[in-house]
Write a protein of this length. Sequence first.
Lengths: 151, 151, 151, 151, 151, 151, 151, 151
Amino acid sequence: MAKPKIGIICGSKSDLPVLAKAEAQLKEFGIAYDLTVASAHRTPKQVEQYAKAAEKKYDLIIAAAGMAAALPGVIAAHTHLPVIGIPIHSPGLSGHDALFSIVQMPPGVPVATVAIDGAKNAAVLAAQILALKYPELADRLKNFKQGMAEA
Amino acid sequence: MAKPKIGIICGSKSDLPVLAKAEAQLKEFGIAYDLTVASAHRTPKQVEQYAKAAEKKYDLIIAAAGMAAALPGVIAAHTHLPVIGIPIHSPGLSGHDALFSIVQMPPGVPVATVAIDGAKNAAVLAAQILALKYPELADRLKNFKQGMAEA
Amino acid sequence: MAKPKIGIICGSKSDLPVLAKAEAQLKEFGIAYDLTVASAHRTPKQVEQYAKAAEKKYDLIIAAAGMAAALPGVIAAHTHLPVIGIPIHSPGLSGHDALFSIVQMPPGVPVATVAIDGAKNAAVLAAQILALKYPELADRLKNFKQGMAEA
Amino acid sequence: MAKPKIGIICGSKSDLPVLAKAEAQLKEFGIAYDLTVASAHRTPKQVEQYAKAAEKKYDLIIAAAGMAAALPGVIAAHTHLPVIGIPIHSPGLSGHDALFSIVQMPPGVPVATVAIDGAKNAAVLAAQILALKYPELADRLKNFKQGMAEA
Amino acid sequence: MAKPKIGIICGSKSDLPVLAKAEAQLKEFGIAYDLTVASAHRTPKQVEQYAKAAEKKYDLIIAAAGMAAALPGVIAAHTHLPVIGIPIHSPGLSGHDALFSIVQMPPGVPVATVAIDGAKNAAVLAAQILALKYPELADRLKNFKQGMAEA
Amino acid sequence: MAKPKIGIICGSKSDLPVLAKAEAQLKEFGIAYDLTVASAHRTPKQVEQYAKAAEKKYDLIIAAAGMAAALPGVIAAHTHLPVIGIPIHSPGLSGHDALFSIVQMPPGVPVATVAIDGAKNAAVLAAQILALKYPELADRLKNFKQGMAEA
Amino acid sequence: MAKPKIGIICGSKSDLPVLAKAEAQLKEFGIAYDLTVASAHRTPKQVEQYAKAAEKKYDLIIAAAGMAAALPGVIAAHTHLPVIGIPIHSPGLSGHDALFSIVQMPPGVPVATVAIDGAKNAAVLAAQILALKYPELADRLKNFKQGMAEA
Amino acid sequence: MAKPKIGIICGSKSDLPVLAKAEAQLKEFGIAYDLTVASAHRTPKQVEQYAKAAEKKYDLIIAAAGMAAALPGVIAAHTHLPVIGIPIHSPGLSGHDALFSIVQMPPGVPVATVAIDGAKNAAVLAAQILALKYPELADRLKNFKQGMAEA
């Protein structure tokens, strides 16, 4: 039986500590993922190949980037898979730049944007989306919601 | 065979013109939806009932609101379905308020946020998510992407 | 004779250090309160029950939250008691998100918003409001104002 | 038996159209008010006299101002009555200036701030506060909330 | 012969470290000043007396405040002396609040605003203004400008 | 006997309608002025000559500019006369750009900044400054303040 | 002898009116250009081909886009030619989104950003850059500067 | 044969650590530069002389400044050489001030703006521009791009 699989990609190695919360949450949900560092600006060919191959490898993509955070949108340009975008905080402009660069996508090419540094929520949103296809995730999400309510 | 079904909800009748672009796009994709006006602040009971019943009626929710736009987050609090949030522009603060109120969700309860007044993209994102469960949507999305490229 | 009683609620344990200033000020005014941690997004049922029961237990509510700070507005949706909202500062967006999420309430459901991290003022505003019903608080507020002037 | 009475004050005649919604709502609640135009910056003596006399005339004050909106805070400096502040939108800075000038009060002197141009909510908040002293207002507020839910 | 005299006033003791640069610069120019801590919101009577007495004691006023920084404007309301305003930085809103509260004065009552935490420039501007009346200051300012150019 | 004289300068002909309020107010105060259009960026030589000649012609300068509003600061760089800066509103960025470009001057070279489009206040501030040297202006300012209070 | 040639590209037909000022200015300088509409998000393949072919066809690229304005950065990712970026104003967020998306490029891949809607300056900057290779443009730029000074 | 030469200038010694990344990158490209500290506001004559002499000494200018960052624009006013502007971050306003002051140049006088503290990109952009005149730089840029892709 098919298993859910997520591609996580970020623009810079410096984004990895933020992404750790997404990884932990995906593991808790039992969702497989792999993690790639590639930049829409510095390694565009790699990003394009990643995005074009995504349909065969992943159910959806989580993409994180800071500053002029083009990565999530560029991946969304090349695939019809859902793309979840995580704006990464940086000191100049306090994260306004990454947030606006990711959320303000033009008509036709959405990115599902979560909070600044909101890596955990990227994983939860991913599980919510995947639960449409993998019903066992719906139960895990209900338990997760229950767990939050009891915590 | 099951058919995709979306619940669209907005906080005020004044949001309906913005949502018309979501409706048109969903129709183009052949995705059924119904449309509800209810406010997290003025009709909270109705919103709660809507959210709790959502799991049985819908595959996902699109929620639009302006100003202190709590509606998408409140619905996300009551369901594990994916919730797509559309911040509605208003003159004071130029939409910053609705955007921040929708996207900056706390850990555990994400809202998949699209651009300010980004109703068309809410529909496209919905189709991308539903395509995981309804494979015929993947083809329509590929055609849609192809159509954009040729336009 | 009836005594004033306030319900303080915040969205996260991490908000408690900010609220300590509200607690200290309420104690100085001799106003009873209890303190609850509950989240409009993670524990919505608890928040709803809290808000619905508030009328019988409290004279007014002080609600603090950060980021997409829906808590004060959601409580205001369920009660006609005055709700005082405290936006909590967080590094991304420097508190703009919590402020806008709390103050920009739609017509019909106000939240009396104080400054970012303005917990002491939430307590003073509470005392000012309660003084309408409990006249001895008016004298304490005059002394408090006098004390500020002399400090 | 005492009746509720509110003082509404604004910094400029140009603010009056915004305040009309507060007036209409207070009339609907059956709350008496009078309306004064005075400026913390242009007519400070008048504002000070207004604020000092407020305790004998009013139960609370609603103060509206735009730009460097000092009026609500200056009144709050001179009275222990609750002061509700309405930031007035102006084109430069889109209302950020009035909002920040009203809400960011220093410790000890709160202003209960509502949304930009949120005059209706100032009236609702006033009624919520006055209901502590005038119980018949609690019923009208419940009806008002009920009416919103049914609208 | 008359000597220049400046009144420096700030809203809180916590503003004093910022003002030290103004004091040092005034001393370098040989301009006398005295320093007062008083708050437009907490000690309004003291501020009013200060402002009304200013005409007989000072040539101009330097006023510093943070957050909803009403102090400079309130002093300007009570005197026709030039008032120089210094917005004080605070973490929430990164100083936007103090800047907007001081600079966005309504028609008729200006405050000569300098940069956030710009205490040195408040002193230089004061010297430039006073040089109209005390010509020896013009020479010191020319030397000061020369010194900057050579530094 | 010497008479007060002000130089008004703006960066573009499109700024002239905003400056009309400064002109009207200066005329009301009986203060002579001349008006120059020159740009720190397009006609820097003219601006430099203007600034260097200012000391012999004017008591102070009023400078207005929009966008990257360097004009007030560049004039301040070349003269020790007080320079009053008026940020001009433009649609992109709602005037934030001009305000920040004028008010955030580095240590040593202040610009006395007034509100966005605050031309009337530039004239009032000019009169307040000139009153130090021309005492008859102090009386006119007192009348002006009195007139505002009575209006 | 080689002639300068510029590629102008924008993300949407709605950007063309803004670009007209760039076209007029290039014509005035006698610089050839062609104009392409293509979107980094909707027609990424076309943009990539455009960028990869640019080196053989153009001396530099002018790229304009609004909202999450990825176009200039994506082109810069694929070519070592200088890329000049023009942020296009849109009502939501007043152009902050396009500006931040274009200017905040990560280390290694710059975009030479001009003002919001600054199409004329994009053309002037292009001429300044091309003058390094085509010396006759230096003379035209001197005349242009002279013309501005005389206008 | 001519060699590329860049003038780097910044407004304050405190900007030098940021500029170190530009220096390192220029060295890597083998581009000669010299480094000057001069302020548009404190040493305007020096800046003017620098800008007027630039045409004979440099191929282009890199100018960095913080706060009301007039330096890049003032240099651009005096030369037709390309001017690359680097906004320097400072705590008040998080760099918005420097960014807006540099990028929002009026029609006719562009500054090629890079990211806040984006010194490395200023050097890369400089190399891209100079490659039009010095073809060997094109090869180094291709290697540089290749190196980024492989890193």
